[in-house]
Design a protein around this ligand. Structure first.
Ligand SMILES: Cc1cc2nc3c(=O)[nH]c(=O)nc-3n(C[C@H](O)[C@H](O)[C@H](O)COP(=O)(O)OP(=O)(O)OC[C@H]3O[C@@H](n4cnc5c(N)ncnc54)[C@H](O)[C@@H]3O)c2cc1C
Length: 434
């Protein structure tokens, strides 16, 4: 019987190396004020070390230059990389580039243009290009992409794209975007939407601004990790820039978002773990009202609840990853939806408790907690808001039920039925008692 919670020893060795490497080599970078170009220079030797270790861009299959690890191993890696914002970049699998590389790879598998490999995929994997995923629009609900208004019309050998997008992460530092647009308005959007590669220097593309956010209210244009608003005005790109086939936009989005959500959830666990460690260290250090905080029951409850929630989220996420490896993203849809909102809440809870235990120090920018707290809030929105994922889970759960005027477990009704079922035995018992 296969029911195994262990990591195979060779891979555990890689994970142990990663833990040390991330803490010793990557954590310190967080404290330095570096521009995007400076970061690239500083992390180059670290990236070389990761490549030498065979852990670079591990999200892709081997034939595309990745590790072909599958979602469970990737999940375990992301748990470590998520501890620090630079972790995924140093390992060549940061969002949105990792997801976009997957899209390009799946697109080619679907029968799309094989030239995408040389033109876009390889440079992306090598870290020589940056990309953005341009789906959400400011004037339509991102939670319901069937409402997308961006249009792409085939004119001879070119797609002509018109639309406005926002929250395109890394849009202001990207070399190209993968744009989701309606290519056939006459059919249901599930069949009529497509993804198209648009180089940033194509005439008609205007990166209007980086959107200030809770994470970065005083945003400086062109910083890695910003979210851009982009105008696509009569943008013409070759027909061959289509990712996969025409009408496959939703299918591609689903294939991209499934693994992406597992990685997000595991990275959140890495963040939660860090916040948790800060909370425990502070709890045993801070003395007030005749004892250290660790001796106050409320703080003990926070520590115990955080541990239990992180443990639950971890098992749920790894099980979803395992199911995805076994039967694919589509069959693991409900599990993935469940971890998305559950994991986001756990992340938020643990950081919030840790911040509270630190008091004014936690609220200050002398600790990373306030920044982690602000970033964590977005987890409940991006890649689908909580409510949409809850709806997926609830709908799936409700599928197996039909309406009953009298509840199945109604005790008086069941008593009558049981009396009929055991009538003979009950009669015998009554006779014996008489
Ligand atoms: C940090 C960050 C990074 C992002 N990066 C990208 C990116 O790189 N590329 C990209 O294309 N997009 C990106 N997004 C956009 C993100 O995917 C959307 O914000 C998300 O899909 C929600 O869409 P919306 O913001 O338009 O909210 P809306 O669709 O307007 O929804 C607003 C609220 O309505 C409620 N709601 C929605 N549907 C339901 C329902 N069925 N039942 C009950 N309540 C509901 C929810 O509370 C939801 O938060 C990013 C967003 C953030 C915050």
């Amino acid at each position: 019987m296969a029911w195994d919670f262990e990591t195979e020893p060779e891979f555990e060795e890689q994970l142990a190396w990663m833990r040390g490497f991330v803490r010793e080599q990557i954590y310190p970078l967080e404290t330095l004020e570096l521009s995007y170009d400076q970061v690239r220079q500083v992390i180059k030797p670290l990236q070389d070390e990761v490549k030498a270790r065979g852990l670079w861009a591990s999200h892709l299959p081997e034939e595309l230059g990745g590790g072909g690890f599958g979602q469970v191993k990737l999940g375990l890696m992301h748990e470590i990389l998520g501890e620090t914002p630079y972790g995924p970049v140093v390992f060549g699998n940061n969002a949105p580039d990792s997801g976009n590389a997957e899209l390009l790879a799946i697109g080619m598998e679907m029968g799309g243009n094989p030239e995408h490999r040389e033109r876009w995929l390889n440079p992306l994997l090598a870290g020589e290009m940056r990309s953005g995923f341009s789906m959400t629009e400011p004037h339509t609900a991102g939670s319901d992409p069937t409402l997308l208004q961006t249009r792409a019309v085939l004119d001879g050998e070119e797609w002509v794209i018109d639309g406005r997008k926002w929250y395109t992460t890394n849009g202001s530092v990207a070399d190209f975007f993968i744009v989701m647009a309606v290519t056939n308005p006459d059919v249901h959007p599930y069949q009529g939407s497509s993804m198209i590669v648009v180089p940033v220097d194509t005439p008609g593309v205007t990166v209007l601004r980086d959107v200030g956010s809770m994470d970065d209210p005083t945003v400086v244009y062109g910083k890695f990790g910003n979210h851009a608003e982009i105008l696509y005005d009569q943008v013409r790109v070759p027909k061959g820039n289509l990712v996969g086939v025409e009408g496959a936009g939703f299918q591609l989005a689903q294939a991209r978002l499934g693994p992406g959500r597992i990685h997000h959830c595991m990275r959140w666990l890495g963040q939660s773990r860090r916040a948790f460690e800060m909370m425990c260290e502070r709890a045993v250090s801070r003395y007030t009202h005749k004892s250290v905080l660790a001796e106050k029951q409320t703080v003990q409850n926070w520590i115990a609840d955080s541990m239990a929630e992180m443990h639950a989220a971890r098992l749920m996420t790894l099980q979803a990853a395992w199911k995805m490896d076994q039967v694919g993203a589509s069959a693991a849809r409900v599990e993935i939806a469940m971890i998305k909102y559950y994991g986001a809440q756990v992340l938020y809870n643990v950081i919030d408790r840790s911040l509270q235990v630190h008091g004014s120090l936690g609220y200050s920018s002398d600790m990373p907690l306030e920044a982690m707290y602000r970033a964590a809030r977005a987890a409940r929105i991006y890649d689908g808001p909580d409510e949409v994922h809850r709806q997926t889970v609830a709908r799936s759960a409700l599928k197996g039920y039909e309406a009953h005027e009298i509840p199945t477990d109604h005790i008086p009704t069941r008593t009558e039925a049981a009396k009929r079922q055991f009538a003979d035995a009950l009669e015998m018992l009554a006779a014996a008692e008489a």
